[in-house]
Design a protein around this ligand. Structure first.
Ligand SMILES: NC(=O)c1ccc[n+]([C@@H]2O[C@H](COP(=O)([O-])OP(=O)(O)OC[C@H]3O[C@@H](n4cnc5c(N)ncnc54)[C@H](O)[C@@H]3O)[C@@H](O)[C@H]2O)c1
Ligand SMILES: N[C@H](CO)Cc1c[nH]c[nH+]1
Ligand SMILES: [Zn+2]
Length: 422
């Protein structure tokens, strides 16, 4: 990795820019795909699957027998691992369910809020370069806990672990459709793919751009969750080979992944660089990882304050703090998707099985977005009930405010009732 020593603050924005393609360029490729699916439905999906994924699809939906057979095609070690991950993710996410709490804001005026699972949701499971069946758990478990009635899954991969996990989380229907065409199918609906109200899931730049475009047409989306990224802050207590392993774990996702290493120790940066060379060569996906590492940076800064400011400006999807006082530092982090503390918390554990969600905002969106949670799959509906005495208490407040806004009918809706009580 290129070591950049003591950059001026004015240079940070440039230095931290992600190696993403121009979003307009991607949009120009994605918009015709969306239009094609909107106009030609299943036929367009078949043509696009052939063009981009080199597959000829007879049936777009995975047949029920494929879902049933998936378990027989996996070995027991993998099935046990998926089940353990499922339990951990479920345990962590089930604590996000909120009990309904009724609040009396003033005597006789009671308000509460109920959570209702979004009826029809679509989950996209990436499968272009790797079959990310872990994402089925990350999206399916919160959907299941939220009580979504219909969960539609689209993926370009036919890996049996995706179908096995889909069954575990109660997916209603799964389709072998990838890329922007999958997002279009779930957004507009086709002869065979049901239209959903909200689309979830990470993916490459085509998928992310498609989500952003359909969100302008009335379909909700979780967030822009694009190419993976990790930032590591390491000091001299960090183990260079562990840091290198963490950087490579995200770099291997794709050439457009970004990894960033920040330290106040030149010695540490050099040692990590050395470890990277040794470990990279052993990776089956070393070409992808090498290209991502090429685009990435190791930054040497003066002080801990600089590190924290820089990390908050970058807003990493994943942030690893391999430093002596990791938990204390984490309190000063205000922009990040998910934080990993200490030398023995590899980011891979969050990717698969510790319990937290791995669908996280990338490309600086962690400044304003959170990762996926049960909340993402529910709507909150407020309810209120006012007694006669409550209206006597609250009515004059509303009358005064409505009158000041010159909204007479609003005021009258209260006054007519109060008069009826005289
Ligand atoms: N942010 C997160 O939470 C998170 C989580 C998991 C994975 N990811 C990211 O998801 C991404 C997965 O990407 P992937 O490519 O492996 O799988 P993918 O499923 O997202 O994309 C594959 C699809 O892209 C389409 N495609 C490929 N080339 C195209 C082209 N030239 N024009 C139009 N469409 C094209 C194809 O239809 C293909 O099915 C990685 O970048 C990974 O880092 C992010
Ligand atoms: N690191 C990815 C999120 O950016 C998630 C993932 C799935 N499998 C492995 N990793
Ligand atoms: Zn990962």
């Amino acid at each position: 990795m290129k070591i950049i020593a003591f950059p001026e603050r004015g240079q940070w924005a440039n230095l931290l820019a992600r190696p993403v393609q121009d979003s307009r360029e991607i949009e120009e490729k994605v918009a015709p795909i969306l239009a094609d699916v909107k106009n030609k439905g299943d036929q367009a999906i078949r043509e696009l699957a052939f063009k981009f994924d080199k597959v000829t699809l007879d049936s777009l939906a995975f047949p029920a027998e494929a879902m049933e057979r998936a378990a027989d095609l996996l070995d027991d070690t993998l099935k046990d691992a998926i089940q353990q991950a499922y339990r951990n993710i479920r345990t962590f996410h089930s604590k996000q369910l909120q009990a309904v709490g009724k609040i009396e804001t003033m005597p006789g005026v009671t308000c509460w809020r109920k959570s209702v699972g979004i009826e029809k949701v679509g989950i996209y499971i990436p499968g272009g370069t790797a079959p990310l069946f872990s994402t089925v758990l990350m999206l399916g478990v919160p959907a299941q806990l939220a009580g979504c009635r219909e969960v539609i899954l689209c993926t370009p991969s036919d890996h049996p672990a995706i179908l096995y996990a889909a069954k575990l989380v109660g997916v209603t229907k799964a389709f072998r459709i990838g890329g922007a065409q999958a997002i279009a199918a779930m957004a507009y609906g086709t002869e065979t793919v049901p239209k959903v109200y909200k689309i979830f899931g990470p993916g490459n730049q085509y998928v992310t751009s498609a989500k952003m475009l359909v969100s302008k047409e009335g379909v909700a989306i979780d967030m822009p969750a694009g190419p993976s990224e990790v930032a590591v802050y390491a000091d001299d207590t960090a183990v260079p080979s562990f840091v290198a392993a963490d950087l490579l774990s995200q770099a291997e996702h794709g050439a457009d992944s970004q990894v960033l290493l920040v330290s106040t120790s030149k010695k540490l940066l050099s040692a990590v660089n050395l470890a990277l060379v040794g470990q990279m060569d052993r990776l089956p996906r070393k070409d992808l990882a090498a290209r991502a590492i090429e685009n990435s940076k190791a930054i040497l800064v003066e002080s801990e304050t600089d590190v924290i400011d820089l990390l908050n400006e970058y807003a990493a999807e994943h942030l690893i703090l391999s430093v002596a006082n990791a938990e204390k530092i984490s309190e000063k982090i205000i922009n990040a998707g998910s934080i990993f503390l200490g030398n023995y918390t590899p980011e891979s554990c969050g990717d698969y099985a510790s319990g937290t969600n791995h669908t996280l905002p990338t490309n600086g969106h962690a400044r304003a977005y959170s990762g996926v949670s049960v909340d993402s799959f529910v709507k909150k509906i407020t309810v209120q009930s006012i007694t006669v005495q409550g209206l006597r208490n609250l009515g004059p407040v509303v009358e005064a405010m409505a009158e000041a806004e010159s909204l007479d009918a609003h005021r009258n809706a209260v006054s007519i009732r109060l008069k009826s009580l005289e």
